[in-house]
Design a protein around this ligand. Sequence first.
Ligand code: GDP
Ligand code: MG
Length: 179
Amino acid sequence: TSEADCLYRVVLLGDPGVGKSSLANIFAGIQEKDSSDHLGEDTYERTLTVDGEETTLIVMDTWEAEKQEEDENWVQEYCMQVGNAYAIVYSITDRSSFDSASELRIQLRRTRQAENIPIILVGNKSDLVRCREVSVEEGRACAVVFDCKFIETSASLHHNVQELFEGIVRQIRLRRDSK
Ligand code: GDP
Ligand code: MG
């Protein structure tokens, strides 16, 4: 396999405030906000060893990078096009972000119709048990309808964040190996 076969772009989608940047920073191994050692402003590259094999992921936290109204549209269309895999993130404490996740899944299906792209639905902020508005069962059921994977994470506690990105790598490989 060539090097290019082992390099994949993972795009984070989801409403503002759900924890996309927090998850991306954990992926990148950034403890505090420090923009010195990543590619673009919101793009992070790391090589993971999963099941004894190395895979390089480029995580793109670009969904809401541009705040100028016109540009934002362009950036979002770009995000919908360039991902080799997607994490659609919502907050378990915010039902409207869960509804948005559904809309994003539909939008993604429309944009990338013929392709069987790996998608994982991510219920973040699982540490905030008392503020929970979306149950684990609802999240899981939604993923079944959407034909995608599901995981709950806590960026604050670093819970399941490694598993999230490893899961994406495994999904990518399953599709690669079945070709
Ligand atoms: P983004 O807008 O989707 O990039 O979300 P951010 O990563 O900027 O997070 C928004 C806010 O939620 C910040 O104050 C984070 O500290 C907080 N946050 C992110 N993930 C978690 C989490 O898992 N648990 C808790 N309690 N707070 C979180
Ligand atoms: Mg952000």
